[in-house]
Design a protein around this ligand. Structure first.
Ligand SMILES: Cc1cc2nc3c(=O)[nH]c(=O)nc-3n(C[C@H](O)[C@H](O)[C@H](O)COP(=O)(O)OP(=O)(O)OC[C@H]3O[C@@H](n4cnc5c(N)ncnc54)[C@H](O)[C@@H]3O)c2cc1C
Length: 363
């Protein structure tokens, strides 16, 4: 059965929890705010399926022969693009799948502004998946749900971080013609505990009822200099990401999940069909594709990915780019962040000091 001795060897994808035939595995939060599997030995029957589906134990396969293609692209629907983190391509891919009677899985906020994976069966449910949420999304039992839909013959689009997409592939244990996988270039996921503490600070300072959060608002300063937007019942608050306490902790790499520092899935050859990212560096490569409303880097990893691009072509503006050039300004495609020496102390203090004090001390 699954036993995590070294936390760097668990990405928290929940494949083990989803496969367990006895529901013996729960995901339990540790003192840093990251979830790990915990086996209830009273129910475990030692079938070892949990280890068989672990994407870290299995490792990501990198023997794909498909010649990866890269594009700069954005959705021509300006409203959707402005409400998305980069070029608004996710929404178009989702629309394509839904229009063919399929199901889409993605990350949404719950009522406490924590992040979870859910399914969408109609377009009105896609808007809540739109936009990057910089906390690890809880997969819950969505792998199991996705498999049930696949077995019914429905098309399924599963979107998420590279480890979540690999977790699903590993969980399924076989290929499905009706499965579409879309991952992102992922910097890493910060601690949910930091986010919860940050939300408490916002509550104290802003003193209003929070209704929505956008980590990547482009309204005032555009896409490159994005702001966080807190929508309250009676007001709105914009904070530039370079000045925001949570974003600065996130981007300083001190509070990421243990496994993010040695991510097994940051590779050029991916098992997903499409990889989406911000096209950082677009100004130098194709300046005419940057109007500060957001440009995506669209990476096609398979024939299925090519079909997706073909089907959304009429609704995007796009241009092919040399793959190596396209990822030049996006190190997270292949490199993990560096583990900070003071990280352990940071997390010890997180349980004792206020977030403002921790911020002063470490950032
Ligand atoms: C934690 C995280 C780190 C990222 N790091 C980088 C990076 O280093 N470089 C880079 O270029 N791009 C990064 N991105 C991706 C980028 O911000 C955009 O998500 C991507 O460009 C797609 O944008 P879009 O405009 O097409 O669609 P959007 O509508 O903005 O994207 C929505 C998609 O993101 C998924 N999503 C949102 N939050 C999460 C989450 N917490 N966990 C899993 N999936 C989520 C949704 O399910 C949906 O598929 C990161 C995203 C996240 C969530």
């Amino acid at each position: 059965m699954i036993e995590i001795e070294n936390k760097a060897n668990c990405c928290g994808c929940s494949a083990c929890k989803n496969i367990c035939p006895r529901n013996a595995i729960s995901m339990v939060e540790d003192e840093k705010g990251f979830k790990y599997p915990k086996v209830n030995y009273n129910y475990c029957i030692n079938c070892n399926l949990c280890e068989k589906v672990c994407p870290i134990i299995n490792g990501a396969s990198d023997n794909k022969t498909f010649e990866t293609e890269a594009y700069a692209a954005f959705n021509i629907n300006e409203e959707i693009r402005m409400n998305s983190s980069s070029g608004g391509l996710f929404s178009l891919i989702a629309e394509y799948i839904l229009n063919s009677g399929g199901i889409v899985f993605g990350a949404v906020f719950d009522e406490n502004f924590l992040v979870k994976h859910v399914k969408a069966e109609k377009m009105s449910e896609i808007s809540q998946m739109r936009g990057s949420k910089y906390i690890q999304s809880d997969i819950r039992k969505t792998y199991k749900e996705a498999r049930d839909f696949l077995n019914q013959g429905k098309k399924v689009l599963f979107t998420g971080t590279p480890c979540q997409v690999e977790g699903l592939k590993s969980y399924l244990m076989k290929d499905y013609e009706n499965l579409y996988l879309q991952d992102i270039i992922c910097h890493g996921v910060p601690s949910k505990k930091v986010w919860e503490k940050y939300l408490e600070c916002r509550k104290k300072e802003d003193n209003d009822v929070l209704e929505n959060v956008s980590f990547r608002d482009k309204e005032n300063n555009g896409w490159n200099k994005y702001e966080l937007l807190f929508k309250y019942k009676n007001s709105k608050k914009f904070i530039n990401h370079t000045e925001d306490m949570f974003m600065r902790i996130f981007l300083s790499d001190i509070a990421l999940r243990d496994s993010c520092y040695s991510c097994k899935f940051k590779q050029k050859k991916r098992n997903s069909d499409i990889t989406l990212a911000d096209f950082w560096g677009i100004n130098e490569i194709i300046p005419e594709m940057n109007d500060e409303k957001g440009t995506s880097l669209l990476i096609v990893n398979s024939e299925k990915g090519k079909d997706i691009l073909e089907s959304i072509k009429q609704k995007i503006k796009f241009k092919k780019v040399d793959f190596e050039k396209a990822i030049e300004k996006n190190p997270s495609m292949t490199k993990s962040p560096t583990l900070k020496e003071e990280r352990e102390r940071f997390f010890k203090d997180l349980n004792n000091l206020s977030l403002e004090n921790i911020f002063e001390k470490y950032i």
